[in-house]
Design a protein around this ligand. Structure first.
Ligand SMILES: Cc1cc2nc3c(=O)[nH]c(=O)nc-3n(C[C@H](O)[C@H](O)[C@H](O)COP(=O)(O)OP(=O)(O)OC[C@H]3O[C@@H](n4cnc5c(N)ncnc54)[C@H](O)[C@@H]3O)c2cc1C
Length: 605
């Protein structure tokens, strides 16, 4: 039995166990007629649209003021204990994903189904912090410094040295060697960060091989340009710590905080005379719109794809684009352009010769162990804990590529590790702790290629937005990935991997197999492209409304009472993964809101 199914059995059990109570609650809520009390109940000080990574942080911080009534509207459902198991690959569980795909473009994702790549952002309370890999990285100083525009006072606060306090605000770092560097790290926040204790022999082997190649194991979050390390993760007691678990669950009992799940926001309520946002339309059931009002502010945190949908449907977006959809333009802004995602490729995998097969019984025992004492192999991410951050361009002073190791278990009854299809290597989803194949994914951290997001033409309201991701469009991006493959291949020449008889896995990489070297890798990259699902940029911050959507305080240009605070405001990628930067953005955002309402009485524009 596939371990993912065992996990789903737990999930199904929990859903059944609670379904009566849920049905009861739901019918009570829907049977009640709208009355004055309901209306009063639909007015809040702040509405946080989206209970994802940033949304949960904002909900916690804003509702800390008992005088502020805060509503969180989340399209997905509550989190499930299943997702807490570190080795469970939540990003393969479709009910908690938006299941977006990029548009076919003829130059990347060519051999993926439909010639397009999946984008796996989370649709659940906690958002992508439930479906992500939990790795805790911040990117480099220079990335943030580049967001600052010389001469613009508003952007001054975006220099890295002014952001460290916002990273530290929620950090609870549990590794003492890391914590010793108190300039960068701190304790006591809601978000526990730590290395997994579980280290297996292959992790040691690969770390040894990287060390032989000259990579040092240092804390990558201290602006080190390179490192190969057993990473830190956002976990507490060997349990995934989504922003829902860290920030929202502990304060759910606050009387001034209302959290509605299964609530999809469709549009903003806008007073078109004053360009002021008064609240939102949302649906608990398809086609049945409800309204909620915000006296102070509405804050969009639905991520870089869905923010575009909500804003465009509300008449905020590029005029030409909206007119094509017969949407009246309220504010002409470049919402949806500047889409960027980090990118990697499949096809580079090493087979391990000395792995004993895992029995179903063993897997069930391991699940029991995790549930009983949060221990065993499921209390880890296996080889995925290891990665190397590599600097390709010397003058850049920061990593350009992450060689992210990713384990797969290819069952020997099906494959003898000969001619394993690259599709299979990507799609076998046993818990991450079991693996006999190590994929090396060269992740391009700061891609040059940009795309855009627009509304679904046939069904703008309910259809999936159109994502023209343009992955690998720029030759420089492709070249960087191929250069890094050369570095990854050097692993095979290390004493460590030779001694362990680790070799390239014989993957079926049709149609690229008859080519040689660089041409072959170019072909593989274009065919087996993989979107990292870290989308940013569609509501980028900046000085003016011609090339940005929000100002440096996250206020949407020329609109009153509306902010966007999540990964979509980042103008460009940082040289790391973007969970920690998104939490930092939310921390900074809340401080700005609190300051505005304390000092300026919310004087918005
Ligand atoms: C598979 C995967 C692996 C990753 N691994 C890592 C990693 O290891 N380390 C790292 O640093 N980063 C990682 N990331 C990236 C990082 O987790 C995300 O980029 C970041 O969490 C995004 O935060 P966000 O607040 O912008 O959006 P999200 O966390 O996606 O939140 C958006 C929320 O809004 C909700 N929503 C959307 N539309 C509506 C609507 N209309 N109405 C109501 N609610 C709505 C969504 O359901 C969701 O809950 C990964 C991402 C993915 C997808």
């Amino acid at each position: 039995m596939d371990l993912h199914y065992i996990s789903i059995i737990y999930l199904t059990y929990i859903v059944y166990a609670t379904s009566d109570a849920r049905a009861d609650l739901f019918s009570k809520a829907t049977k009640t007629k709208t009355n004055e009390k309901d209306l009063r109940n639909s007015v809040f000080d702040f509405i946080v649209v989206g209970g994802g990574t940033a949304g949960c942080v904002l909900a916690n911080r804003l509702s800390a003021n008992p005088e502020w009534k805060v509503l969180v509207l989340e399209a997905g459902d509550e989190e499930n204990i299943d997702y807490d198991i570190p080795a469970v690959p939540t990003n393969e569980y479709r009910p908690i994903l938006w299941n977006f795909r990029t548009e076919r473009n003829g130059f990347s994702c060519l051999s993926r189904p439909g010639g397009s790549c999946e984008v796996k952002t989370g649709k659940v309370l906690g958002g992508s912090s439930v479906t992500n890999d939990m790795k805790y990285t911040r990117g480099s100083k220079k990335d943030y410094d580049a967001w600052h525009i010389t001469g613009d006072m508003g952007s001054l606060n975006w220099k890295f040295e002014n952001l460290i306090e916002h990273f530290k605000a929620s950090e609870d770092n549990g590794d003492y060697d890391v914590l010793m560097n108190s300039y960068y790290h701190s304790r006591g926040g809601e978000m526990h960060v730590q290395r997994f204790k579980h280290i297996d022999k292959h992790m040691e082997l690969f770390l040894g091989a990287f060390a032989e190649m000259g990579f040092r194991s240092v804390d990558i979050n201290t602006n080190a340009p390179e490192a190969a390390l057993n990473n830190q993760f956002v976990v507490a007691n060997n349990t995934r710590l989504s922003t829902n678990s860290a920030f929202l669950k502990p304060v759910r009992q606050r009387k001034n905080l209302v959290v509605k799940t299964g609530a999809t926001v469709t549009k903003l309520i806008i007073d078109a005379q004053e360009n002021k946002v008064d609240g939102v339309f949302y649906e608990l059931e398809k086609g049945k719109e409800q309204l909620a009002y915000a006296k102070k502010e509405t804050i969009l945190t639905t991520g870089a794809i869905n923010n575009v949908k909500i804003l465009h449907l509300s008449g905020i977006g590029p005029a030409a684009e909206l007119e094509k959809q017969n949407i009246s333009v309220i504010i002409d802004l470049p919402v949806g352009s500047n889409y960027q995602d980090q990118v990697t490729i499949g096809g580079l995998a090493f087979s391990l010769s000395d792995v004993t097969s895992v029995s179903e019984q063993q897997i069930v025992e391991d699940f029991k162990t995790w549930f009983q004492n949060r221990g065993g192999p499921l209390a880890s991410r296996g080889i995925n804990q290891v990665s190397a951050f590599i600097q390709l361009f010397e003058n850049k002073n920061g990593p350009d590529i992450e060689l992210a190791l990713h384990g797969n278990y290819i069952r020997s009854d099906k494959f003898m590790l000969t001619n394993v299809s690259v599709h299979t290597a990507e799609e076998v989803n046993l818990p991450i702790a079991y693996y006999n194949l190590v994929n090396i994914n060269p992740v391009l951290l700061k891609p040059k290629s940009k795309g855009k997001v627009t509304l679904n033409k046939r069904n703008p309201k309910y259809g999936r937005p159109v994502i023209q991701a343009n992955l690998l469009k720029e030759q420089e991006d492709l070249d960087a990935i191929i250069d890094s493959v050369d570095i990854a291949l050097q692993l095979l020449n290390t004493k460590e991997l030779k001694k362990a008889e680790i070799n390239m896995a014989p993957l079926d990489i049709f149609p690229c197999d008859r080519l040689n070297n660089r041409d072959q890798w170019n072909c593989i990259a274009r065919h087996y492209t993989k979107a990292m699902s870290n989308p940013i940029g569609t509501c980028r911050m900046g000085q003016n409304s011609t090339d940005s959507v929000v100002n440096y305080e996250f206020k949407v240009h020329n609109v009153e009472s509306l902010r966007v605070i999540d990964a979509s405001v980042m103008p460009s990628h940082v040289r790391g993964n973007i969970f920690a930067p998104t939490v930092m953005v939310a921390e900074k955002g809340t401080k700005l809101i609190i300051k505005d309402w304390k000092e300026n009485k919310g004087n918005f524009l």
